[in-house]
Design a protein around this ligand. Structure first.
Ligand code: FAS
Ligand code: PHB
Length: 389
């Protein structure tokens, strides 16, 4: 079997890349190790930058998002019972869209089905071959039979645990990693959100976040030690702890209910350079991971897809390969900016075991600056709503 671009992974990066390429007449084949149902069962990101919204619209998958998504022109940071609102509209004239990654993935699958895009789910033993040569190809097993796909390029959209990044020789890879000494325990509940905007809480007991998916679906997180397991946390214990970390006048109004999803995600900052090796291009979590504090993970996958799809389409339509030559450098320039923002907000808002009184003072002063200094608010707002592509 032959295609122009073999795409490994049917998460948001792989599906969005496939959608943009197929709409431009570039043939793709998406290989996914899980079932479609499994991919759609994941509860992940909730906040889309304007750039991501624009890209989804260009991909022809923005209609339901426009109907059901919520436009947010600000968010809150709380500390010591104080509520600091970051007014994105006033600070930088931008906003974000609150619309869950699960829904984005659902919309992408529907659009891919409508154009007859090629997907194979349930693949095993995906191996990338001849990456440094002129004839890259992919082999994979399905139902005990080994298949081969010859292609011009391979897009590694298979996430942090995928095969693509590890197919680049270790001698070529430069990896940067910071593992945080805590995780996020997340709960999804069919309850009305605590507030109409997101609330990020810095509290002596630990970080908390009040988010949402729609007027009757809320998403909450609390920072927990890495040693905690989901089964250690009853719903009641979660709600009690969340209330302790929110400003008391808000906590009073919290509507609790049974969790319909509960999971613990570890936090790390990670970048692997370069994002190209011969015929292989890495995209999304395959190349980088950010702590979710800055709501950047999914949005970085989108900007990678923007740069790569533009480069591939120009290669096929005008024989101009400059976008492919500069892909890694261009994507990494934006990735490192998001890395800094995500690291800085995570450092400002969480309790670190090694932090002393001085560190906690620094967090307090950072938050004071954000509440009083328009330049500080603008820097936060520009990064949170998304730096330009
Ligand atoms: P994904 O990991 O989504 O998709 C990769 C796909 O490749 C998966 O479907 C996987 O099954 C498949 N795959 C893996 N190995 C394969 C192989 N060998 N062969 C074939 N297929 C293979 N981001 C935010 O902005 N906000 C959040 O709140 C947030 N919360 C998160 C919570 C969790 C638990 C996790 C893990 C991530 C979270 N993220 C969040 C980040 C997340 O949204 C990612 O940035 C986003 O899923 C990136 O999309 P992809 O790059 O497509 O990777
Ligand atoms: C979410 O709603 O899941 C969410 C929102 C903002 C974040 C992280 C997670 O920074």
């Amino acid at each position: 079997m032959r295609t122009q671009v073999a795409i490994i992974g049917a998460g948001p990066a792989g599906l969005l890349l496939s959608q943009l390429l197929n709409r431009a007449g570039v043939a793709t084949m998406v290989l996914e190790r899980q079932s479609r149902a499994h991919v759609l069962s994941r509860i992940r990101a909730g906040v889309l930058e304007q750039g991501t919204v624009d890209l989804l619209n260009r991909a022809g998958v923005g209609a339901r998002m426009a109907r059901e998504g919520q436009h947010h022109s600000g968010c809150y940071l709380t500390h010591d019972q104080q509520m600091i609102r970051i007014d994105f509209a006033q600070a930088c004239g931008a906003e974000v869209m609150v619309y869950g990654q699960t829904e984005v993935t659902r919309d992408l699958y529907r659009a891919q089905d409508a154009i007859g895009a090629q997907h194979v789910h349930g693949v095993k033993n995906v191996v990338l071959h001849d990456l440094a040569g002129k004839t890259p190809y992919v082999t994979y097993d399905l139902d005990g039979v080994t298949h081969r796909i010859d292609c011009d390029f391979i897009a590694g959209c298979d996430g942090f645990h995928g095969v693509s990044r590890k197919s680049i020789p270790e001698s070529v890879r430069r990896e940067y990693e910071k593992v945080y000494p805590f995780g996020w325990l997340g709960v999804l509940s069919e309850t009305p959100p605590l507030h109409e905007e997101l609330i990020y809480a810095n509290h002596p007991r630990g970080f908390a976040l009040a988010s949402m998916r729609n007027p009757m679906l809320s998403r909450y997180y609390i920072q927990v030690p890495l040693s905690d397991r989901v089964e250690d946390w009853s719903d009641a214990a979660f709600w009690d702890e969340l209330k302790l970390r929110l400003p008391s006048d808000l906590a009073r109004d919290l509507v609790t209910g049974p969790s319909i999803e509960k999971s613990i995600a570890p936090l790390r900052s990670f970048v692997s350079e370069p994002m190209r090796f011969g015929g292989l291009f890495l995209c999304g979590d395959a190349a980088h991971i950010v702590p979710p504090t800055g709501a950047k993970g999914l949005n970085l996958a989108a900007s990678d897809v923007h740069y790569l799809s533009e480069g591939l389409i120009a290669h096929y339509t005008t024989r101009d390969s400059s976008g492919l030559e500069t892909y890694s450098e261009k994507a990494l320039a934006r990735i490192w900016q998001a890395m800094r923002f995500s690291w800085s907000v995570t450092t400002m808002m969480h309790r670190f075991p090694e932090h002393g009184a001085y560190d906690q003072q620094m967090q307090r002063v950072e938050l004071m600056q954000l509440s009083a200094n328009p330049a500080a608010q603008r820097l936060f707002a520009e990064n949170y709503t998304g730096l330009p592509y």
